[in-house]
Write a protein that binds this ligand. Structure first.
Ligand SMILES: Cc1cc2nc3c(=O)[nH]c(=O)nc-3n(C[C@H](O)[C@H](O)[C@H](O)COP(=O)(O)OP(=O)(O)OC[C@H]3O[C@@H](n4cnc5c(N)ncnc54)[C@H](O)[C@@H]3O)c2cc1C
Length: 377
C-alpha cells in the first residue's frame, strides 16, 4: 500500500526556490518534519542570468550539496560599460568574482537534497490562503486541501500574495522593479561561440539607474536589464542594448531582438532593509519574498539562501518548547546584523560615481569589489 502523505508538519515552507529549499534542508536536518510546497514541479525553468558569488560554495558545502559540477564555470573576465557602451573599463580582479550556473539544475539539486534530508516535497500545488491559528498556521491550496504546521516559512519569490494574511504588510506602495531577459543558446562548437566566461555590466542602463548584465559562456549568451519604471520602456531599452551589442560584436549576429522573459525583479515589498519586520504570525519571510537582494548588483540567489540559513538558525535555537513569537522576532535583528552591509546601497550615488569608474582604475576596482564581493565603494 502506498505510504499516506502527511498533512501536518512542524514546519511548512511555501516556495521551493533557493531560499525555500535551503531552509527545508536545514530544518529537516534538525529533525523537524518539513513540508516543502511549490506550485511548479522540478526541474522548473527560472528566468535567470545564473551569476552567483564565490561564497556560495561554502554554503552549498554546509547543505551537503555537491558543488563541483554546479560551480564548474568560473567567471574569467569582467568589464563595466556606460549606458551607450561608448566607454569601457576593466577591473583588476583580486580573485574569481563568481560562477555562472544553470539555474534549473541548481534549483533541482537543492530540492533533491531537501528530499534526501527528509522534507516532503509537494509539487504542482499552489497555496492560495493562509489561516493563522493559536498554535500554528493552516495552509490552504487552490484545490481546497488544508495542510497544518506549527511554523510557516514564506519563500514565494516576487509573488505579491499571501503575506498580508499572516500580518506582514507594508502601507506605502512601491514602484515595481522589472528584469527583462534575452537568452540565446549557442552551438559550443561554432566559431562564434565565446571561448571563456565573461560578464559585461552596463551601469546606468536606464534613466532610473537600471543595471544591464551580459553573461557570455560557450553555449549560452544572456542579457538582463534590471530597472524600476514602466515595463514597456524596459523592454524597449533591452532591445536597444541588444542592438548595440550586436553592432559591437559582443553578441552573435543572430542574438534575438526580443526578450524571452520579463518578470518582476523583486518583491513588491522592496528591499529587505526598508521593511519593518520579516516576522508574521508563526511565520518568517525569506528570500526574494522578503526583498533579500543586494542593492549594487541586484544579486538574489546567494542572499536568498543566506536569509534562509539565518532563519533556520533562529528556528533551531527556539525549537523544543513551543516556538514563541518573541523567539521568532529575533530574526529581524539577526539578519540585519549579518547581512545588512551586504545588502545596503552604496553611500555615494552611483550615477555621480560613474564618470570616475571610466577614468580611474582604483575606482573601477572598487566598483568590482562592491559588485561581486558586497564591499562598500
Ligand atoms: C531575469 C532574471 C535574472 C536574474 N539573474 C540573477 C543572477 O544572475 N544572479 C542572482 O543572484 N540573482 C538573479 N536573479 C534573482 C534571483 O532569480 C532571485 O533572487 C532568486 O530566485 C530568489 O530565490 P527565492 O527562492 O527567494 O525565490 P524564487 O526562486 O522565485 O522561488 C520562489 C518559488 O515559490 C513558488 N511559489 C510562489 N508563489 C507560490 C504559491 N502561492 N504557492 C506555491 N508556490 C509558490 C514559485 O513557483 C517558485 O518556485 C534574477 C532574476 C530575474 C527575474
Amino acid at each position: 500500500m502506498p505510504k499516506k502523505k502527511k498533512t501536518e508538519f512542524d514546519a511548512i515552507v511555501v516556495g521551493a526556490g533557493p531560499a525555500g529549499a535551503t531552509i527545508a534542508i536545514m530544518l529537516a536536518k534538525k529533525g523537524m518534519s518539513v513540508g516543502l510546497i511549490d506550485r511548479e514541479s522540478f526541474p522548473r525553468r527560472k528566468a535567470c542570468t545564473g551569476w552567483v558569488n564565490t561564497d556560495i560554495a561554502k554554503l552549498l558545502d554546509e547543505l551537503d550539496v555537491a558543488s563541483k559540477q554546479l560551480l564548474s564555470r568560473p567567471i574569467k573576465e569582467v568589464a563595466f560599460h556606460n549606458a551607450d557602451l561608448s566607454k569601457t573599463s576593466v577591473p583588476k580582479l583580486k580573485s574569481t568574482p563568481g560562477y555562472l550556473i544553470d539555474r534549473a539544475t541548481f534549483d533541482e539539486r537543492l530540492v533533491n537534497t531537501a528530499k534526501r534530508a527528509g522534507a516532503q516535497l509537494i509539487e504542482n500545488c499552489e497555496i492560495t490562503d493562509l489561516d493563522p491559528q493559536e498554535s500554528g498556521v493552516n495552509v490552504i491550496t487552490s484545490k481546497g486541501k488544508t495542510y497544518q504546521c506549527k511554523l510557516l516559512v514564506l519563500a514565494i519569490g516576487a509573488s505579491k500574495k499571501l503575506r498580508a494574511q499572516v500580518g506582514i504588510a507594508r502601507s506605502d506602495a512601491r514602484e515595481t522593479r522589472w528584469t527583462a531577459l534575452i537568452e540565446h543558446e549557442l552551438d559550443a562548437k561554432s566559431k562564434d561561440a565565446p571561448t571563456t566566461t565573461y560578464i559585461d555590466i552596463v551601469l546606468g542602463a536606464t534613466a532610473d539607474n537600471g543595471l544591464g548584465m551580459l553573461a557570455r559562456q560557450k553555449d549560452r549568451i544572456s542579457l538582463t536589464l534590471n530597472s524600476p519604471g514602466e515595463r514597456d520602456a524596459i523592454i524597449a531599452r533591452i532591445v536597444e542594448l541588444a542592438h548595440i551589442m550586436r553592432e559591437k560584436k559582443m553578441v552573435t549576429s543572430d542574438f534575438p531582438a526580443k526578450p524571452t522573459a520579463v518578470e518582476c525583479a523583486e518583491s513588491s515589498f522592496g528591499p529587505a532593509l526598508e521593511l519593518d519586520s520579516h516576522v508574521g504570525k508563526h511565520t518568517l519571510l525569506i528570500g526574494d519574498a522578503g526583498g533579500f537582494i543586494a542593492a549594487v548588483s541586484q544579486e538574489g540567489i546567494y542572499p536568498s539562501m543566506w536569509s534562509a540559513k539565518i532563519a533556520a538558525e533562529v528556528i533551531g535555537s527556539a525549537w523544543g518548547a513551543d516556538i514563541s513569537q518573541d523567539a521568532l522576532m529575533t530574526f529581524d535583528n539577526k539578519w540585519r546584523l549579518e547581512m545588512g552591509d551586504y545588502l545596503r546601497p552604496p553611500n555615494t550615488d552611483l550615477q555621480l560615481l560613474a564618470p570616475l569608474i571610466f577614468s580611474n582604475q582604483p575606482m573601477t576596482d572598487r566598483m568590482a569589489s562592491a559588485f561581486f564581493f558586497g564591499e562598500n565603494i
